[in-house]
Write a protein that binds this ligand. Structure first.
Ligand SMILES: [Zn+2]
Length: 141
């Protein structure tokens, strides 16, 4: 899913919720757009290359990479249920984080729709535990 699409949807959602939650609605944009930074961090660590354009191109074409063809899944921390669970727990102490949860969930729904319609499969594993089980199973083959 393109960052611009996530930004537009997050801005619209923030505008809709602004009358009810005020300035906290802007946090939706953080959850809705910036969680894709895990892709960039992954690329930086994996390839030791901090070029943003290279990271963007790699992520855009990740389903065509040898790594993906071998593993059949990728794991992105901020896109995982484990990460969302931590944010939800923290939301009970810092209520503004609920807007982050809203942004992340909307982002994930958009990613799921995009991946299923474009690649006919989920590229990202939405759980670290499921990903580790998947990799273990792949390595046995
Ligand atoms: Zn995403």
């Amino acid at each position: 899913m393109f960052p611009s699409t996530h930004l537009i949807v997050s801005l619209i959602l923030a505008a809709i919720l602004f009358p009810f939650v005020g300035i906290n609605s802007l946090i939706i944009i953080v959850g809705g757009v910036l969680i894709d930074l895990d892709h960039v961090i992954y690329y930086w660590i994996r390839f030791k290359d901090i070029n943003l354009k290279n990271a963007y191109n790699y992520c855009k074409n990740i389903a065509q990479t040898e790594e993906f063809k071998k593993k059949k899944k990728v794991f992105m921390l901020f896109h995982s249920v484990e990460f969302i669970a931590i944010i939800i727990i923290l939301s009970f102490y810092y209520t503004f984080l609920w807007m982050l949860v809203v942004g992340i969930i909307v982002h994930l729904i958009m990613d799921i729709i995009y991946e299923l319609s474009t690649f006919k499969t989920m590229v990202k594993s939405l759980s670290l535990i499921a990903y580790l089980k998947h990799v273990k199973k792949q390595n046995k083959k």
